[in-house]
Ligand binder design. Structure first.
Ligand code: HEM
Length: 462
């Protein structure tokens, strides 16, 4: 009866599947195939672009419509709050940027976003990324087989920690990496918190991480106080410690809030960037024509730099137009974050669809990215398609970094990091990739970590 009332009021059509499990089994089964979007496609054809279903323990409205997704992401009037599975909410702090809403999220988002977009930061991090990429690439020469997905993480974790708390390579970084990896293993698990369970081990790892970060934060706070706190920020921690709140509030962010958020900000950056780099290598391995054009563009820049003797600046990397198109196409096809989950805190109507208070909504990015209404031959890796639209950063039909109020603050940093890696990798080595497959569930990965064999590019090519 309740369903009928909802339907009359405009709740999208759909099926709730079996009692308790709903349509979860089909959702997971599709996730394991090479076309995870088939779950959405089947229902889209039956019920329309916005439909209801019941997955992972929740009744949910799924939107595959870019206009509806846009409204959900904009979140005017704070109608939607983030909704994560229980294991994730247990592991995130209450004040984590990923799940808080309202004033604190906006303040933290603006602070971090502003810092990451600043030219000073980009100039400095460009050097750090270059160093890390070059050192790592140098080791690959002597390795028989390189599991790209694993090896690249050394670069990206180093960069992430540098940007957050300025720890360079060494024992402290390795310790932090070990605890962090243990911590995130529990993000998607059975949410039971007893000694020995996955969730319990992850919570313990978080305690250890917090202790380490607290020590670093205390030391930094002291040194800022000694220098009167008037310097320019070098990392995200400085940004949070320097911030004194709204002029009429003058309230410093609490210490436990800062420590927790430093750890939580590692989560969205840690796996996404290496996955994007790995998948770029995978798509390029399968597309020799695209690889050739990418190589020509990058060799040209390398030659210019060798002739002039100038250092690379971040704008050099970002102005490689074909390379940027390869990155856009990789992000479109890879769907590293396939959509975002929200919960409605009040009844809301979008394009005639009612989302009742308390219901979850999944704004499905993958459905938009793989829809032939939006992209011709959506399953083709075709970097040239972006030549018509211009280098896409974010628009209604292209949202790898989300949008609206929570648009990823790491967007530009990620693109820069991927560009630097691609530049040095393709102009240093040729490679042969072993056979491997992309898996999409629970997160996007290469089944065999993408094993490749590299050979230095011969002097005649360079
Ligand atoms: C290819 C790499 C990346 C992808 C695809 C990606 C994707 C996303 C997406 C889709 C969101 C929106 C989540 C939502 O609306 O609930 C997001 C948020 C976020 N991302 Fe990224 N991200 C990437 C890299 C990074 C990096 C390197 C950082 C490091 C600073 C980062 C930090 C964040 C943070 C802090 C948020 C939360 C923003 C907020 O809720 O206000 N991301 N990311």
């Amino acid at each position: 009866v309740k369903n009928k009332i909802y339907e009359r009021r405009g709740v999208p059509k759909g099926s709730s599947g079996w009692p308790l499990i709903g349509e979860t089994l089909d959702f997971i089964a599709c996730g394991y195939t090479s076309r995870p979007v088939s779950f959405m496609d089947k229902r889209k054809h039956l019920y329309g672009k916005v439909f209801k279903t019941h997955i992972l323990g929740t009744p949910i409205i799924v939107s595959t419509d870019p206009d509806v997704n846009k409204v959900v992401l904009q979140n005017h009037g704070n109608t939607f709050i983030p909704a994560y599975p229980k294991s994730i909410t247990e592991l995130l702090g209450q004040n984590s940027i990923l799940q808080t809403n309202g004033y604190l999220q906006k303040r933290l988002h603006a602070l971090i976003g502003g810092f990451l977009r600043s030219p000073q930061f980009k100039a400095r991090i460009t050097k750090d990324i270059e160093n890390s990429v070059k050192l790592t690439l140098a080791c690959w020469k002597d390795m028989h087989v390189i599991h790209i997905q694993e090896e690249i993480r050394k670069i990206t974790f180093e960069v992430l920690v540098k940007m957050l708390i300025s720890i360079g390579p060494g024992g402290d970084l390795d310790n932090l990496k070990r605890d962090f990896e243990e911590f995130i293993k529990g993000l998607i698990c059975v949410p039971i918190k007893l000694p020995g369970t996955r969730l319990y081990k992850s919570l313990k790892a978080k305690e250890r991480l917090l202790k380490k970060v607290e020590r670093i934060v205390q030391e930094r706070k002291l040194s800022i106080e000694e220098s009167d706190g008037n310097g320019t920020p070098n990392d995200a921690l400085d940004v949070l410690l320097y911030d004194n709140g709204e002029p009429n509030e003058k309230q410093c962010l609490p210490m436990d809030f800062i420590c927790g958020n430093i750890i939580e900000m590692m989560i969205p950056g840690e796996e996404t960037v290496p996955t994007a780099m790995t998948l770029a290598i995978k798509f390029l391995s399968d597309s020799p024509v695209a690889l050739k054009q990418l190589l020509v563009e990058n060799l040209e820049l390398k030659r210019q730099k060798a002739d002039s003797g100038d250092d690379y600046g971040w704008t050099d990397y970002m102005s490689l137009s074909f390379t940027q198109n390869v990155i856009s196409e990789t992000l479109r096809l890879a769907n590293i974050i396939n959509g975002v989950w929200r919960k409605a805190v009040k009844d809301v109507e979008i394009k005639g669809h009612l989302i009742p208070q308390g219901w979850c909504v999944l704004a499905s990015f993958i459905s938009v990215h793989m829809d032939e209404d939006n992209y011709e031959d959506p399953y083709e890796f075709n970097p040239w398609r972006w030549e018509k639209t211009g280098a896409a950063v974010n628009n209604t039909c292209f949202t790898p970094f989300g949008g609206g109020q929570r648009l990823c603050p790491g967007l530009e940093l990620s693109r820069l990091e991927i560009s630097i890696f691609l530049h040095h990798f393709v102009t240093t080595y040729g490679w042969i990739a072993e056979k491997d497959e992309i898996v999409s569930f629970p997160t996007v990965k290469m089944k065999r970590k993408l094993p490749i064999k590299v050979t230095p590019l011969s002097a005649t090519v360079i």
